[in-house]
Structure formats: C-alpha cells, structure tokens
Design a protein around this ligand. Sequence first.
Ligand SMILES: NC(=O)c1ccc[n+]([C@@H]2O[C@H](COP(=O)([O-])OP(=O)(O)OC[C@H]3O[C@@H](n4cnc5c(N)ncnc54)[C@H](OP(=O)(O)O)[C@@H]3O)[C@@H](O)[C@H]2O)c1
Length: 294
Amino acid sequence: MRVFLTGASGFIGSAVIEELKAAGHEVLGLARNDANAAKLEAAGVAVHRGDLSEPKTLAAGAAACDGTVHCAFIHDFSQYVENIAIDRRAVEAMLAALEGSGKPFILTSGTLMADPGREATEEDGASADGPGAARGATELVVEDYARRGVRAMIVRLPQVHDREKHGLVTYAIEVAREKGVSAYVGDGANRWAAAHVSDVARLYRLALEKGQAGARYHAVGESGVPMRDVAEAVGRRLGVPAASITPEEAPAHFGFLAMFAGRDAPTSSRLTQERLGWTPTGPGLVEDLEPVAA
Ligand SMILES: NC(=O)c1ccc[n+]([C@@H]2O[C@H](COP(=O)([O-])OP(=O)(O)OC[C@H]3O[C@@H](n4cnc5c(N)ncnc54)[C@H](OP(=O)(O)O)[C@@H]3O)[C@@H](O)[C@H]2O)c1
C-alpha cells in the first residue's frame, strides 16, 4: 500500500514510518518545511509538501495514495480549540477527497477525552462535553464519512511513551523540573491509560490493513496508571519530591495541563485486541519514566 502519512516528522509518525516500511508499505510523508523534508528523504520516505492550515494540500496527498494515516496536530495548547478547528477542516478536506473510494483513512484521537470515572471502551462515542468535546467533534466527521464510502477509522491514543517521550507526562516533567516538585492532584488515584510507541505503531498498521469502516480502536497497553505512581516516577527521574496538591491549586501549578491532571480516564483496549489481533508487548509507562541507570 502507498500510505499518505501526516505528522511524519513527529514522535508517533516516525514510529509509524518504520512499522509501515518494515511491512513492505510505501510512505508519502507530509512535511511543512525544508528541514523535515530532508529528514524524511534521509529516512527513505517520499515527501509531500503541505500544511494543516491549507487543507487542499492535505487532500491532494490523501488522493494520491491508497490509504491515509493522520498524525499531524498543532500542539500549542494555548490555542487548543483553534487548533482543533484547523485540524477538523484538514480532516474534512482529506475525507471529501476520498469519498466513495473505499480507501482507508485513520484519524488520531485521544483517550483522555472520554467521560471521567469509568473505564472507557471502543463502544463509547465521542465525548460531548469536557476537554474532549472539541476534538470529539472530529471523530463525528470520520464516522460520517465511514457511511460515505471511506474505510474511515479512529485510533484513540493514551499517553504514548518510550524512554524519551511520555505523552502529556512530558509536559508534567517540565513543570516538575521548573517547580522542583512532582505534583499529583488529591490522592493521585486518578488513572491515565498508556502505551509504548512501538505497540501504537503496530496498531496503526493493523488498522490500515484490516480495520473496519467506522471502527474506533484503542491503542492502550495499560488501562489505567495511577497518577501518584506517575508523579513518583517523575520525582525519581528528576530527583525532586512527589507531593499532593488540591484541585484548586492545580491551574496555578500545571498551567494548561490542569484540565487533564486530575482526570480519571481508565480505558480498555479489549475489543481492539480481539478485532485486530493486536497484543501490546512494550514496557509500561512507569518503567519508561525510571531514571536511566548510570
Ligand atoms: N504522544 C501522545 O502521547 C499522544 C496522545 C494522545 C494523542 N496524540 C495525538 O497523536 C498525534 C501525533 O502526536 P505526536 O506525539 O507524534 O506529536 P508530535 O511529535 O508533536 O508531532 C506532531 C506532528 O504534526 C506536525 N504538524 C504540526 N503543525 C503542523 C502544521 N501546521 N501542518 C502540518 N503538520 C504539522 C508536526 O510537524 P513539524 O515537525 O513540522 O512541527 C509533527 O510532524 C497528534 O494528533 C496528537 O495530538 C498523541
């Protein structure tokens, strides 16, 4: 398959490139500047120039390929809602270009957006309120096109990690370094799901190859890691204490991350594992957060 990959220069896109190439697929990677174009070419990836804010450029890339994996996103959380709107327009343009083609399209979404407090499953539709609502609206666009002749699917990501990057925990590490304390909210019993980046990349490939139109897949290796365990591991990594803060203190401490920090979002991937024959095998989030042995 020739696959159009947006976000090809990013953390997850880079892993998806390796996974797709190893399975014999060709990749056309989106790059919005010369530096990333050169990086992709050096990795043996054909380059498509474009930008999320110019939807036609992405539609052209999608139309030129047998399948599309959408991993690009503008991670400026001070403009979160605006960036989601930009993303949605780009997704609409790509899907419109694929209407009636039967080709696969994978939207990247997130697990933290589900309703808090109970284990979310693939059967749960897009969240209608809370921090997930804006991005959840893009899931609805994908579900619409799944009924209009596109094998359109949703892959929901938890905190995706390796030894260097850890999803939103990467930002929590920056806050802990700056403030000299690794904080959790309340008793820190609230849980975030997680997955190793190699498992996530394999899931994208399996969905591309055999996923069903309209399906939601959860790339979840660990269904719920307590945030106190995460904060303590961050503390060990940085050599700073872990400590509880109140929900009222969270905005001043965490900044934009406060909207997620106290959220309890355990997430199942049981149906994904059954439906795609996917078995996560990578290390856990806390293991990947531990200090590098001297
Ligand atoms: N990592 C996680 O734990 C996690 C968890 C949940 C959801 N997600 C979602 O998964 C997707 C991939 O995340 P990631 O961790 O790989 O992010 P990342 O490392 O920040 O990569 C983002 C990608 O988007 C591209 N991009 C940014 N602005 C763009 C624009 N205006 N036009 C075109 N491309 C643009 C970047 O290109 P440049 O190199 O040119 O900036 C980069 O390739 C995103 O949708 C993210 O929100 C990730």
